[in-house]
Design a protein around this ligand. Sequence first.
Ligand SMILES: Cc1cc2nc3c(=O)[nH]c(=O)nc-3n(C[C@H](O)[C@H](O)[C@H](O)COP(=O)(O)OP(=O)(O)OC[C@H]3O[C@@H](n4cnc5c(N)ncnc54)[C@H](O)[C@@H]3O)c2cc1C
Length: 496
Amino acid sequence: MRIIHWFRRDLRLSDNTALSAAARDSDGNVVPVFVLDEGLLRGRDVAPARVQFMLESLHVLDDTLRQQGSRLILLRGDPAAELVRIARAAGADAVYFNRDYTPAALKRDKRVRLALESQGIRTASFKDLVIFEEDELLTSSGQPFTVFTPFKKAWLMRVGKIQPLGKPALKPLPEDLVQRGAPIPTANELGFAVTQTLPRGGELEAQRVLSRFIESGAMAAYSKQRDYPGIEGTSRLSPHLRFGTISPRQCYAAAVATLDYPFPSKRSFSPAATDEKKAGADSWISELIWREFYIYILYHFPHANHANFNRAYDAVHWGSGDPALDEARFQAWCEGKTGYPIVDAAMRQLNQTGWMHNRTRMIVASFLVKDLLLDWRLGESYFMRMLVDGDPGANNGGWQWAAGTGTDAQPYFRIFNPVLQSERFDPQGVFIRRWVPELARVPDLYIHAPHTMPPTVQAQAGCRIGKDYPAPIVDHNTQKEEILRRFKAVKSEPVR
Ligand SMILES: Cc1cc2nc3c(=O)[nH]c(=O)nc-3n(C[C@H](O)[C@H](O)[C@H](O)COP(=O)(O)OP(=O)(O)OC[C@H]3O[C@@H](n4cnc5c(N)ncnc54)[C@H](O)[C@@H]3O)c2cc1C
């Protein structure tokens, strides 16, 4: 028996559910396949950063497979046609893969299954991207959760000790099959110009990043440090979780080892952690649950992919009434030239590295919606085109949370003040100065609102407002009143 393993968002060998099942069922006769879907590469929200990270991760995967005498067979084209072709050529009985839950992935997978099964090739799919999927967690009335806290409670009540799987043993591939694979192209060859300095891809790197997060003490200090963009206080595992170069079970098991919880037993979900180290790991696990929550929401409420989760907010009116002004404001936001240093620093970090800290993601998202009065979908799409970790669930969930249109959203009347956020989360302006060099010499007193610098201080700091650094493009208080008026005009309704 020979089985094809179709790699998608699981670019690793260890703790890979479908791959291990394929190895077990075929006695190691697995054909590892990745299909470079040309249709996806031409999509509206494709990011050069993610293409680059993915290609690098594919190289690492291929290298690791070669160490076992196997290979990654890279195919280019439509997954349904390519998988039928390789399954026939390999004489494979089945195609195994791990499930994905976005509306587009579900549609594609249905089509691929039908194509394979119509040719007598069995398919089997597995839970791997998340710890709990689909209908595994429901409210007491059997409905999907729409609020995070009870979802988290149900998640923690159900989870037990998790022992991630090792790497399966795979047999070498016959030469005629190896010949069918195309070389892994570069991003450039695919027509993408990558200008950002990106994190490295691949399974080994993911394990290294996780170890560094634990060994540096950052996981233990996570609850104290996670909100400060000037500190390396978060794991930076998001691109790895996005492409599956690490699994959520490996992350969860590492956090539990740090927590030293007494498993198997049900533990309290509320601040169980008594000491600081435990509090850190506990709140990091919460973030892993947020990731699952947003994947779950998009699965159960696919309309949220392109529309407000709460449809009542479809009636909110966006924009200033002047399309040219809106376009200019949007461009200033994209380029990090709004005159609000924390916003500008974060957007420049995104543009240059493909990653942004969670606190500043919330700040810039709130700013686009509540200060610039622009539709959250504009920002969501820009993020998708720039982020190395761009993920439909987390990105959509994050944007709708900030806009106040989503599940469990920040209520529309709670509006981030970008200057106060900056004072609180980057008190000395360490983060701002790193990404906005023209503000490097601005004194601490003015770093959060440099337009308030008197002319003499501007001269001393080498930063003339309106010349070296912009004056604020909007007035926060004026815009706040306006967005409140617009939101109040429509009535929120709970989504069922
Ligand atoms: C407007 C907005 C857009 C976002 N877009 C994305 C996105 O496209 N892709 C993405 O992975 N995350 C997104 N997030 C969530 C979060 O900002 C990132 O996951 C986090 O900053 C990644 O850094 P880290 O790996 O160091 O996270 P850590 O703090 O170390 O967290 C560990 C992991 O938990 C998950 N996670 C953490 N916070 C969240 C969250 N709020 N929601 C969902 N998952 C979370 C991520 O997988 C992350 O790698 C977004 C948040 C906002 C507010």
